[in-house]
Design a protein around this ligand. Structure first.
Ligand code: DPP
Ligand code: ZN
Length: 876
């Protein structure tokens, strides 16, 4: 396999102006005629061949300006089409015919069928599975697409852009023509045909244009798209108000599909979604699902400007659209819901998913410099760390400066395929900031450690801070130079008010931000009448691993007093994290697990604090997960000890708080009808964590059984079922509840995914046997990505003690499933394989078993590039 390098980038020799397609869909095949209007680029060699990408294609015919091309003039293979002797100057047309078999396409890239519906997925390199093409993001063209199909089988025919024509054909067939006036790269192409229901609505843009909004679903389910439609309209308003971005076509459509590799896809004017992120109602979806739909709808919609109108020059620039668009969807959620709670949730996600990636063998910079398989780079680093870099830019240049830079970016690069350098230059020009050093964040992989030490001199009233940064050399082998780290901070007085900081002249401090640029910096704050509590890295202003020398009583004070809700949460979370690490060491030594009652008391006080919104209290009470604790411990990890320790800590907190948690829990019971709004969801989240403590304290499942039986919504019902499965896996009540749940929701695939996933994550050594048995369940389908992820993915990534069994059987099973899945769908198989990324942090016995499973996998014959790439990098 070839390694693709950023430094090898060069533009194509041929320029593409227009693409005219006719796609004829039949039961057993599809015929695709693509007419390209091309011209040799000025300055390109006069003899250069035209080399088009292909992937498993079969060429039917090829014509140049209407005349069949002589076979001696081209080479066609499934992987590409090379044409020689093309005109030296002037534009010409190439007509390429291919024949596809969408019904056999299990990779779900290119044109495929899902539940009878024809649909496409082209990002990153799926268009080359439809026709031979210059399949790269810097080749932009306008598209006109004619789709033909049997009218009864596919009454709905969609492609990008605006509808142009439609009509009847002989033999019960019909056609529709779509015109997309905005030049786009091929990865944004989409086509959908099928018998679908439609939820219709409209939106009037800020300049008064009317846009038709349509969400297509499988038959009988359009009403489940109402919340998605509402989220779409709110996203459209928000992008106008926050970024001045207006929608540009006459229609915006979303199609919900049940077999989909990713969450959703931002094709121009025709988003195709995993139905998980469209369909929901209160009986079948949790509050988390509602938040997920809102976020993904917003994310894909926001791509219309950050990704589509301005796209990426090459795939190395993926974070240009993804990091920026995640930042935008995070800001949207912060505005629509609670900013503090959203920030906590985002940072928890980052530390749980991106940190292990950045600290393990799959480490790569936010802008990689090489790859073997681009599908493997749709990662937490590109997306979530990418978003953090955008947030850091906003912190460095300020909110007004950030908006000015974004305005310049939109004005200057509309219609371009841009780079990170283009993006950064806009902020430099709009604000005068120097981002030279900051740019290292894009090329240096790894999580920098930020070390903060404080010393207070009471006589002089001076607080001295020493900040140091260190970036270790990791497997990516990128640089380790000091970076520009914006550190937001506050000095909290004894009454909880922020003191006004007076840094000594010349200190790199601007307002509430310290600009750390050196490996180490010392800053003195003067004129302090009392020793303040240092609230550092407020709102997680940089993607670093923070190490402080802060004492327990300072953290307890901050957990009570800090005016910054994020840091108030983190003070508590750090205390609990340390307690859990200590508890794990106790458990491993076979000693009783101890918990400082003062820490439990701080948690209980937070739970009872009516001045805090319930969602924030719920976050504070949701302890670090077993995987979080493993990451904090870092090496020689024994997941069984972690499980015992965490459980003991939860029980200790539950017992200490029981008498106060019970009335609080009862008081959170809802009056009136169910509502998915953020406040109501927050109350449910708090009730749910309280219930878990109460169950741990009581040791009986009664409260959960009761809630499972009486809940009128999925959030409460599934929370109860989860606690039953996790706390009382062997209880008859749990078995009955699982069976009742299955039979009630048997026909709803998304709910049945939850049922699979829940059993896969039961923290018990017997989980492996359950999961193995479930692979033979009649409802299990390895070929359906959601189902494969629900069972195999959830077990590998979400069951610490099951996957990391000391006997290695968890690793062996997952490796076996990856191999089976790879034959159907390499992309999804490779994604599941990333669960091995933290294998080196375990004890030596587990390490050897994991290494053996990976090594065996890497030697399998016929392994896809996707899985091979992940496995080989994991072993490095
Ligand atoms: N559809 C994926 C996303 O929006 C990839 N572009 O992130
Ligand atoms: Zn995206």
């Amino acid at each position: 396999d070839q390694v693709i390098r950023l430094t090898d980038y060069r533009p194509t020799d041929f320029q593409l102006a227009t693409v005219d397609m006719r796609v004829q869909l039949f039961a057993e095949h599809a015929d695709v005629l693509t007419v390209l209007q091309l011209e040799r680029r000025a300055g390109a060699p006069a003899t250069a061949d035209l080399v088009l990408d292909g992937d498993e294609l079969a060429l039917v015919s090829l014509a140049l300006d209407g005349t069949p091309v002589d076979p001696s003039q081209y080479d066609a293979t499934p992987q590409g089409l090379t044409i020689r002797g093309l005109p030296e100057s002037g534009s010409f047309t190439l007509a390429i015919e291919t024949r596809l078999q969408p019904q056999l396409n299990t990779q779900l890239m290119g044109l495929y069928r899902s539940g009878g519906v024809w649909c496409t997925q082209c990002e990153a390199e799926g268009f080359r599975r439809i026709t031979y093409f210059l399949d790269r993001p810097d080749v932009l063209a306008t598209y006109r697409v004619r789709v033909e199909a049997d009218k009864a089988e596919a009454p709905v025919l969609l492609s990008n852009g605006n509808p142009a024509e439609h009509g009847l054909l002989d033999g019960g067939r019909h056609f529709a023509v779509w015109d997309d006036p905005f030049p786009k790269p091929s990865y944004l192409f989409a086509l959908v045909a099928g018998d679908l229901d439609r939820l219709g609505d409209h939106f009037t843009t800020m300049s008064g244009r009317r846009v038709a909004l349509d969400i297509y679903t499988e038959k009988g389910r359009a009403h489940e798209a109402l919340y998605a439609m509402d989220a779409l309209k709110r996203s459209m308003v928000w992008d106008e108000q926050r970024f001045g971005r207006e929608y540009d076509l006459d229609v915006f459509s979303i199609v919900a599909i049940s077999d989909f590799n990713m969450g959703a896809m931002e094709n121009k004017g025709l988003n195709v979604f995993n139905h998980k992120y469209v369909l929901l109602d209160s009986e079948t979806a949790t509050d988390g699902d509602y938040a997920g739909v809102e976020t993904v709808i917003a994310h894909e919609y926001f791509h219309n400007w950050t990704g589509n109108r301005i796209t990426c020059r090459d795939w190395f620039q993926l974070c240009l659209k993804e990091g920026l668009t995640v930042y935008r969807d995070q800001e949207f959620s912060a505005d629509e819901r609670s900013a503090a709670v959203k920030r906590i949730a985002s940072v928890r996600g980052l530390t749980a998913h991106q940190f292990p990636e950045d600290q393990g063998p799959l480490q790569h910079p936010v802008r990689p410099s090489e790859y073997r398989e681009i599908s493997n780079f749709y990662t937490a680093t590109i997306y979530d760390k990418g978003a953090e870099l955008v947030r850091m830019i906003a912190t460095i240049v300020g909110q007004a400066g950030f908006r000015a830079g974004m305005d310049l970016y939109f004005a200057r690069h509309d219609g371009d395929a841009a780079t990170i350098e283009d993006f950064l230059a806009c902020f430099v020009e709009a604000t005068g900031a120097d981002l030279t050093q900051f740019a290292l964040w894009y090329s240096q992989a790894g999580t920098p450690v930020l070390k903060v030490e404080e010393r207070f001199d009471a006589d002089r009233g001076e607080l001295t801070l020493t900040l140091g940064q260190h970036l270790a050399q990791g497997p990516a082998g990128t640089g380790t130079l000091p970076m520009h780290i914006p550190v937001r901070f506050g000095l909290v007085g004894a009454n909880g008010q922020d003191l006004v900081p007076a840094p000594r002249d010349g200190a790199p401090v601007e307002g509430d931000v310290i600009h750390l640029r050196d490996a180490e910096t010392t800053i003195v704050f003067e004129g302090l009448g009392e020793r303040p509590y240092l609230s550092i890295l407020r709102d997680f202003s940089a993607a670093v691993a923070l190490r402080t020398s802060q004492r327990e009583r300072d953290r307890l004070a901050l957990a009570r007093l800090d005016g910054n809700p994020f840091n108030r949460w983190r003070a508590l979370s750090d205390l609990v994290g340390e307690a859990l690490q200590a508890a794990t060491i106790d458990a491993r030594g076979g000693n009783p697990v101890r918990l400082n009652p003062a820490i439990a008391e701080a948690l209980i006080a937070t739970a009872l604090d009516e001045t805090l919104e319930p969602a924030l209290r719920a976050q504070a009470l949701s302890l670090p997960s077993e995987a979080d604790i493993a990451r904090l411990l870092g090496e020689n990890v024994d997941p069984d000890a972690i499980h015992i320790a965490r459980d003991a800590v939860v029980t200790a907190i539950g017992r200490q708080g029981e008498k106060r948690f019970a009335p609080l829990f009862a008081g959170l019971a809802r009056q009136g009808a169910f509502s998915p709004d953020a406040d109501s969801a927050g109350r449910r989240a708090l009730a749910s964590v309280l219930l878990d403590f109460l169950l741990a304290a009581s040791g009986t499942p009664d409260r959960a059984v009761q809630q499972f039986r009486t809940a009128d919504n999925m959030t409460e019902q599934f929370a109860a079922l989860t606690m039953l499965c996790h706390r009382f896996p062997e209880d008859d009540a749990t078995r009955d509840a699982l069976a009742a749940f299955y039979s009630r929701f048997e026909t709803n695939a998304l709910v049945i995914d939850k049922w699979f996933s829940l059993q896969a994550t039961v923290p018990s050594p017997s989980a492996l046997a359950t999961v193995r048995a479930l692979t033979a369940h009649p409802a299990f389908r390895l070929a359906n990505p959601n189902r494969a992820r629900a069972l195999i993915g959830a077990f590998a990534a979400g069951n610490q003690i099951g996957f990391n069994r000391a006997d290695g059987a968890g690793y062996a099973f997952v490796a076996e499933m990856i191999q089976a899945l790879d034959e159907l769908n390499p992309q999804v198989a490779a994604r599941i394989a990333t669960a091995f990324r933290s294998w080196r942090c375990f004890d030596s016995g587990r390490r050897e078993k994991a290494r053996a499973a990976l090594a065996q996998l890497s030697e399998m014959k016929g392994l896809s590039t996707d899985v091979k790439d992940i496995v080989e990098r994991s072993l490095r």
